[in-house]
Design a protein around this ligand. Structure first.
Ligand code: AMP
Length: 272
């Protein structure tokens, strides 16, 4: 595996790579969720690139940019074990100028994550477009865990006619149901225990739906009931375009929840 720090080096390597390229962008502190994306990319492409870049433009003022978990050495080992060909770890100063051409997420994305974190998705799209332009992959792998991000990246690819396949990847969970997240590291033991109610609430929703319930109002009530003791920021039931729906549509429904543990926001969702 080659670790690449400079843009020029990356561009040179890319110019000399003719094989099919798979790409997994991350912010590091790699866990089994990231590893599942990397493994899928490894299976489906000749050459794979992983990036680790804690992108400042997607963090809002007062968010955890400075304290975001950084585990560069462990991450390098994980990538090596996963047979990654190239690990791109650029410096912030090489990725951005002071004044930049900006990408703006569509207005209808200012709901859910976009409502709590206005401007977050502008920053996500900006950095993903930069990375796409640098690496020019055929296939890029994203987790369904960040469902709204995934939908916006699919839209960006569509709207800007980027010749890239976006491959959605299933959420990886602990055995007890908790969705893996780099931010789980912020939780204390008690919070980790309480956080199990998040996936439990989604499983209860899944059970209700399996029994034939289709009305989203009733499903939401059940979810809130299970998370009664948590600080729930939102529960949303949407179609894949992220429009709120009143009736479950099999194959076109995502149920999303966010709960807060102090400053830490944990996201989870299931796809019906
Ligand atoms: P991040 O490092 O948090 O920016 O995540 C990098 C990629 O990994 C994104 O596409 C995430 O959606 C994906 N990811 C994060 N957690 C998980 C998980 N538990 N299961 C599957 N994919 C995940």
């Amino acid at each position: 595996m080659k670790v690449i720090k400079s843009i020029e080096e990356l561009q040179e390597i890319r110019a000399n790579t003719k094989s099919s390229i798979g790409f997994v962008p991350t912010m590091g502190a790699l866990h089994d969720g990231h590893i599942s994306l990397i493994k899928k990319a490894r299976e489906e492409n000749d050459i794979i690139f992983v990036s680790i870049f804690v992108n400042p433009t997607q963090f809002l003022e007062g968010e955890d940019l400075d304290s975001y978990p950084r585990k560069d050495e462990a991450d390098k080992k994980i990538c090596e074990i996963c047979n990654v060909d190239y690990l791109f770890m650029p410096e912030i100063s090489t990725m951005y100028e002071k004044e930049e051409i900006l990408i703006k997420a569509p207005n209808n994305s200012y709901t859910l994550e976009g409502l709590t974190r206005p401007g977050h998705f502008d920053g996500v799209l900006q950095v993903v477009l930069k990375l796409f332009n640098l690496i020019r992959p055929q296939n890029a792998y994203f987790g369904k865990k960040d469902a709204q991000q995934l939908a916006l990246i699919q839209q960006m690819v569509r709207n800007l006619f980027l010749p890239i396949n976006i491959i959605p990847c299933d959420i990886v969970r602990q055995n007890n149901g908790l969705a893996l997240s780099s931010r789980n590291a912020y939780l204390n033991e008690k919070q980790k225990e309480q956080a199990l109610l998040i996936s439990k609430s989604l499983y209860s929703a899944g059970t209700l739906i399996a029994k034939g319930e289709r009305e989203t109002k009733i499903i939401k009530e059940k979810i809130y009931e299970v998370m009664d003791k948590l600080d729930v920021e939102y529960v949303a039931i949407v179609d894949k375009q992220f429009n709120e729906i009143k009736t479950i549509k099999q194959g076109d429904t995502i149920i999303l929840v966010v709960a807060r543990f102090g400053q830490v926001r944990l996201l989870d969702n299931i796809w019906i």
